[in-house]
Unconditional design. Structure first.
Length: 119
């Protein structure tokens, strides 16, 4: 086997090992959490909820004014609310439900890894 091919095989093996270790770490994180969510997802959920509260405050502060700037701010606020609602729904969808059996944890881990791009 030539050196370049050997290097490619070694790189592929390391990537596979890295993916496996990340999956194992995520699996343990989900298993140990009482709500069945990873720390990153909990943080995203918290920040998204905060954004929703801030948007509501922004709406109440700009309501009643008919300025173009207020209308643009409200449009952006509506987009933020829509995106945050979608994100929160996705986070709830990938959360583990029920007891903490190996099958449930593994299923949740695969769901989280599959939806990581969308999140």
């Amino acid at each position: 086997m030539d050196p370049v091919t050997a290097l490619g095989v070694a790189a592929a093996a390391l990537q596979f090992l890295d993916l496996g270790l990340k999956a194992l770490e995520l699996c343990q994180e989900i298993r140990d959490d009482t709500e069945g969510a990873s720390k990153a997802h909990k943080e995203i959920q918290s920040q998204t909820s905060t954004i929703g509260q801030l948007v509501k405050e922004l709406r109440s502060a700009t309501s009643g004014t008919g300025r173009a700037a207020s209308r643009r701010i409200n449009k952006i606020a509506n987009d933020c609310i829509s995106t945050s609602d979608d994100l929160l729904a996705l986070l709830v969808e990938v959360r583990r439900t029920g007891n903490s059996t190996f099958f449930k944890v593994a299923q949740t881990t695969f769901r989280v890894m599959k939806e990581a791009r969308r999140i």
